[in-house]
Design a protein around this ligand. Structure first.
Ligand code: PLP
Length: 359
């Protein structure tokens, strides 16, 4: 990234500095494509996963229309990231004749394939289906190959938000028409991501201007950010699950009534989403932070109101338990000492809360 910043040239300029900047962007494109199992020319750099999801949804709908076809059905899994849910809802409101339906998930947090099959059979018309590769709260890995196979029997396109999966588990973009990626989930910088678009899939630009990114996304490229994304993609290797597994085993012996979400199904190796009954998530996040243990609550906080997770709600987790949900993520630099520190802080917090309740 420092090397790219030092160049300073605009990758669209034809002079030496411009060409050097272009080389940084194109090297990164190769690296990101290799990680995603895609061709370099199919990678469109964006400002992150949010923009990639927005571009896929709006760009597919508009692009199909410009090509003389129409997407009339939009199926979105109930556990998608807000960037998919919010854009899908806004698109359905504005696009005449586009019907939005939610694909339910099982209590393990896996997309319900029978429900999707029924939804696809119910109506007619070209569909756009959005199912993420792995969920950001629970880490539950979704059956993307099965979703793609189901969709083959119908006319439609598949958007896979692979923001959480890429670089952590093997993932190949070839099963989908659109794949969203974000650099900061694999150790790269924030504010850069990509949409991988299958050749022939419709995609109208949502940001128009200078025609960069083969006309799909205008604006001078974030050269340093893109170089950082490429560097992270080059060194990304699937993570082992050993730390997460030890953490959960020790968590269960320290807090026998802990609820671990999605534990019976395949999950990302680095994610643990659990509830400490009787300890509110916001209290836990603050108490653990004081001990140097940084975790997040599964809930989003907006305008002072704590909203329980839509993901746990879709999994039929009672609200009283969802309000205690915490998420711990392990990274490439996490250690056994981190696990010890987290378990010790959680055990202390749990016994403090228990003795206060007893008093
Ligand atoms: N999709 C998923 C599954 C995510 O977890 C996130 C970020 O947390 C995003 C999309 C949004 O990515 P970005 O933060 O790069 O906009």
């Amino acid at each position: 990234m420092e090397r790219a910043l030092a160049i300073g040239g605009n990758p669209s300029s034809v002079h030496g500095q411009g060409r050097a900047a272009r080389a940084e962007v194109e090297q990164a494109r190769e690296a990101v494509a290799a990680l995603a199992g895609a061709r370099a020319q199919d990678v469109v750099f964006t400002s992150g996963g949010t923009e990639a999801n927005a571009l896929a949804l709006w760009g597919a709908a508009q692009g199909a229309m410009e090509a003389g076809t129409r997407i009339t059905r939009l199926f979105v899994s109930a556990i998608e990231h807000d960037s998919v849910l919010a854009n899908a809802a806004a698109l359905a409101e504005r696009a005449p004749g586009l019907r939005l339906e939610t694909i339910p998930v099982t209590s393990d947090g896996v997309v319900d394939l029978d429900a999707l099959r029924a939804l696809l059979r119910e109506g007619k018309g070209r569909a756009l289906v959005a199912v993420m590769a792995a969920n950001n709260e629970t880490g539950v890995v979704q059956p993307i190959a099965d979703v793609a196979a189901l969709l083959k029997e119908h006319e439609g396109y598949l958007l896979v938000d692979a923001v959480q999966a890429i670089g952590k588990i093997p993932f190949a973009a070839s099963t989908a028409d659109y794949v969203s990626l974000s650099a900061h989930k694999l150790g790269g910088p924030q504010g850069v991501g990509a949409l991988v678009v299958r050749e022939g899939a419709p995609l109208a630009a949502t940001i128009r201007g200078g025609g960069q990114e083969r006309g799909h996304r205008a604006g001078t490229e974030n050269v340093a950010g893109i170089a950082g994304f490429g560097a992270a993609a080059k060194v990304a290797t699937p993570l082992p699950a050993a730390l997460r597994d030890r953490f959960e085993a020790e968590l269960r012996s320290a807090v026998p009534d802990v609820v671990i979400f999605g534990e019976k199904t395949t999950r990302l190796p680095n994610t643990s989403n659990f509830a400490l009954p009787a300890v509110g998530a916001e209290t836990a996040v603050m108490a653990l932070d004081l001990e140097g243990v940084m975790v997040s609550s599964g809930s989003a906080c907006s305008s002072g109101k704590v909203k329980p997770s839509h993901v746990l709600h879709a999994m039929s987790v009672p609200e009283s338990i969802a309000r205690s949900a915490l998420r711990v993520s392990f990274g490439w630099n996490s250690t056994d000492q981190d696990v010890d520190a987290a378990i010790s802080a959680i055990s202390q917090l749990q016994s403090r809360v228990r003795s206060r309740a007893a008093a």
